[in-house]
Design a protein around this ligand. Structure first.
Ligand code: ADP
Ligand code: MG
Length: 308
């Protein structure tokens, strides 16, 4: 179990994180979300022992994670951390970078491990290419594979797919998270992308103004977002008389007391996002077709059919 108890931390005066407590079971996937500047990266760095805590404690099993005051070498051996800015060796190949931390004593085992990891991050074809020649997204994948090389018990990932294009993102996510589950690797992912979270996280914590404002399963938080920050993380939403309603939960019906006037339609692949006016306020709902501006229609809130 990873246990964080009453953690507080500040770089200067103001607390970046205050009184943070949570637990995570081995093999689980925890997503840390929050706006830019909310302290996601700082939390990962503290878990890795990069700074000393102002108050509180971090433990993994029987081991306390301590900062530089108590530790010469940052980062306990059972943990790996892939930072937002990854540093690789530019003039050596993808394979050599992945193998950096692997022993040369068993060259065959080493090569086998590298081959396996190249597959996980889908870089087999670039095995012998110098890292210098790779795109940002490819480098990010090398950094991921290198962190996995000596199988860690805990993997900390800071915006792990931020440089990876949409063509690759979906399959890489599936491949990486499946691998982590198979190997029972505990994983903490800081992200602002709901697609990193929804299908993969066991729990998510939401950071806001130095505190954890929510800690639950993605499903529970999606179904009942207790504030606008959480709703906006999951998608386009409306505030209808104080009720948070996603755009996909508003349906066009024959009659209702929600009468809206269409302003504009935006195509977004699966459907159109319709911008409309309801009681003088702008709202959004999803619809299969484009709708003419000024069309008047009725809407109803249908939560049961909510899908992401
Ligand atoms: P996030 O990853 O959620 O965007 P960060 O953890 O990077 O947030 O930053 C949290 C806050 O701490 C921000 O206000 C940021 O400006 C500040 N901060 C981050 N790193 C440092 C640092 N090395 N020194 C001083 N302040 C920092
Ligand atoms: Mg960050």
């Amino acid at each position: 179990m990873l246990t964080v108890t009453n953690l507080s931390f500040s770089y200067k005066k103001a607390d970046v994180l205050k009184d943070i407590s949570f637990q995570l079971k081995p093999g689980e996937n925890l997503a840390v979300i929050g706006e830019s500047g909310s302290g996601k990266s700082t939390l990962l760095k503290l878990l890795y022992g990069e700074y000393d805590l102002d108050t509180g404690q971090i433990t993994w099993k029987d081991h306390e994670i301590l900062g530089p005051k108590f530790n010469l070498v940052t980062g306990p051996g059972f943990m790996k951390y892939v930072a937002q800015e990854f540093d690789l060796m530019p003039y050596t190949s993808v394979s050599e970078n992945i193998g950096t931390f692997l022993s040369n004593f068993y060259p065959e085992a080493k090569q086998q491990r590298i081959t396996e990891l190249l597959e996980v991050v889908e870089l087999t074809e670039l095995a012998h290419t110098k890292v210098k020649l790779l795109s940002g997204g490819q480098k990010q994948r090398v950094a991921l594979a290198r962190a996995l090389a000596k199988q860690p018990e805990i993997l900390l990932l800071d915006e792990p797919f931020s440089h990876i294009d949409n063509f690759k993102k979906q399959s890489l996510r599936r491949s990486l998270f499946r691998y982590l589950k198979e190997k029972n690797i505990t994983c903490i992912v800081a992200t602002h992308d709901k697609d990193d979270v929804i299908s993969y996280a066991n729990t998510m914590i939401v950071l806001h103004e130095a505190k954890i404002v929510a800690n639950d399963t993605p499903e529970a938080l999606y179904t009942k977002p207790n504030n606008k920050l959480i709703a906006s993380f999951f998608g386009e939403y409306n505030d209808i008389d104080g009720e948070l309603v996603y755009a996909n939960q508003l349906k066009v019906v024959e009659r209702s007391n929600l009468k809206a006037t269409v302003k504009q339609s935006y195509y977004n692949g699966k459907h159109y996002l319709i911008e409309a006016e309801l009681n003088g306020k702008t709202i959004f709902f999803e619809y299969s077709n484009k709708i003419k501006p000024q069309t008047e229609l009725h809407l109803s809130i249908e939560r049961k059919h909510a899908t992401l």
